[in-house]
Design a protein around this ligand. Structure first.
Ligand code: LMR
Length: 447
């Protein structure tokens, strides 16, 4: 009965691993999928995750019953606090307010400024006012899909604007959920930076990139925003640019849908990487947020994530939750227990949480050092071009600027595997493999 079916192509990201696995070369290198590797090129299970698992195993009262449709209650509460900020830290932060000259507070939230240009939002009025509902989902993808299905069913605007480029799975997730997908300009290949309000000098026209595209989106449209460490470009707006994006979106009533897959991976600091989201929520704004623990806790295969909706009132939030249950139940009934239990164990234990932040920072720092080493290796080879974007971009990926022919060449001649858009996972590199990659890039751009 399925004889008529054509063979579907491999996934553009996960298919890279399929091709890599088939290559018998001893020097092969997989820089395709965004998965952290150690200096020895091995997958890493965080020590804190092992400790949490041990705690769970030792607890004989634990059972394998079904979770509720919305998942583990502790996990949901703690996940919301991780991304939106503390629910009860106001006095502690106020302490800092008194001590610091550059601090202001408004309504129930406190913004703590380290200096005149740098503020950290640490507390969440939305959580304090019970205006957030959080449901456990199957990692980032599952959270996006549940959010998209909910929006397609209940939100008055079915158009979602996604950045150009974006993670390859985004358009598929949203289209299949019933949303209509449009793009907004995000990356400027000429500057290898953000196309914020691009100026096209060649024809003396002001082309306002991202701001113009969001400014001309229909009122109420949904906008997908990468909370930090934009995938695939590694280019994030500055806090000042985030403030402008928020202002524009607020004035047009655009609904933010954040994808937060790299909290802690961009700066090495969980609070700093959540600032974009917290800024949108700080003054009463509504939004959706999809969180993933794949990268920042290394729980890739456990599929642990959460979808949060920040609402106007606590009553709306609880009605949203009741409707999310109707989305989830016919899809997968309820989520798995193990991964979420690991996360909850770590987030609720002060020591484990602290230990996690150290291990997370170590991963982020190793990636930053890979950036420097690759940049130095290309410079020492005299590779033509300005490779400074390698050290400027942040997060797991470098958007190299290599084209698909160059990528094919590097795969064929050097057994280096990466996505055809020239994205490389910096987390897959080590000091040992950097010379090989630098040789391949040099050969690809000089041939
Ligand atoms: C990636 O972009 O490599 C990761 O988010 C993994 C995936 O599922 O695509």
């Amino acid at each position: 009965v399925f004889g008529h079916l054509a063979r579907a192509p491999e996934d553009p990201i996960l298919g890279v691993t399929v091709a890599y696995n088939k290559d018998p070369s001893p020097v092969k290198l997989n820089l395709g999928v965004g998965a952290y590797r150690t200096e020895e090129g091995k997958p890493l299970v965080l020590n804190v995750v092992r400790r949490a698992e041990q705690t769970l195993v030792n607890d004989s009262s634990r059972v394998k019953e079904y979770l509720p449709i919305v998942g583990l209650a502790d996990f949901n509460k703690l996940s919301a606090k991780l991304i939106f900020g503390a629910d009860s830290g106001i006095n502690i932060v106020k302490q800092q307010v008194i001590e610091s000259s550059n601090v202001f507070s408004s309504r129930n939230h406190v913004i703590c400024c380290r200096d005149a240009s740098y503020c950290l939002i640490l507390c969440s009025p939305a959580i304090q006012e019970n205006r957030v509902t959080t449901v456990q989902c199957l990692s980032g993808t599952g959270s996006l899909r549940v959010g998209a299905e909910f929006l397609a069913k209940h939100y008055h605007q079915r158009t979602i604007y996604i950045p150009m480029p974006t993670w390859g799975n985004h358009p598929k997730v949203f289209t299949l959920a019933g949303l209509s997908v449009k793009t907004y300009r995000y990356y400027d290949p000429a500057t290898r930076g953000l196309n914020f309000q691009g100026l096209n000098l060649s024809c003396f026209l002001h082309l306002h990139g991202l701001l113009e595209d969001l400014g001309s989106a229909p009122s109420g449209a949904i906008v997908l925003l990468h909370a930090c460490a934009h995938n695939p470009t590694g280019v994030d707006p500055t806090l000042g640019q985030w403030a402008q994006i928020r202002q524009l979106m607020r004035s047009k009533g655009l609904l933010p849908f954040f994808d937060s897959a790299y909290q802690g991976f961009a700066s090495g600091n969980l609070d700093e990487d959540a600032q974009s989201v917290r800024m949108f929520v700080a003054d009463g704004g509504e939004c959706l947020v999809a969180q993933s623990y794949a990268k920042n806790m290394g729980l890739y295969g456990e599929r642990v994530g959460a979808l949060s909706s920040v609402c106007k009132t606590a009553d709306v939030a609880s009605r949203v939750e009741s409707q999310l249950k109707l989305v989830i139940r016919p899809m997968y009934s309820n989520p798995p227990i193990h991964g979420a239990s690991i996360v909850a164990t770590i987030l609720k234990d002060r020591n484990m949480f602290h230990y996690w932040t150290i291990e997370l920072k170590a991963m982020a720092d190793r990636i930053i050092s890979m950036r420097q080493q690759l940049f130095d290796a290309l410079r020492s080879r005299g590779t033509p071009g300005d490779w400074s974007h390698i050290i400027k971009q942040i997060g797991m990926f470098t958007f190299t600027g290599l084209n698909s022919e160059q990528v094919t060449f590097m795969t064929k001649e050097y057994h280096i595997y990466m996505t055809s858009d020239g994205r490389i996972s910096m987390a897959g590199l080590s000091s040992r493999t950097i010379p090989h990659l630098a040789d391949a890039i040099h050969a690809a751009v000089t041939r």
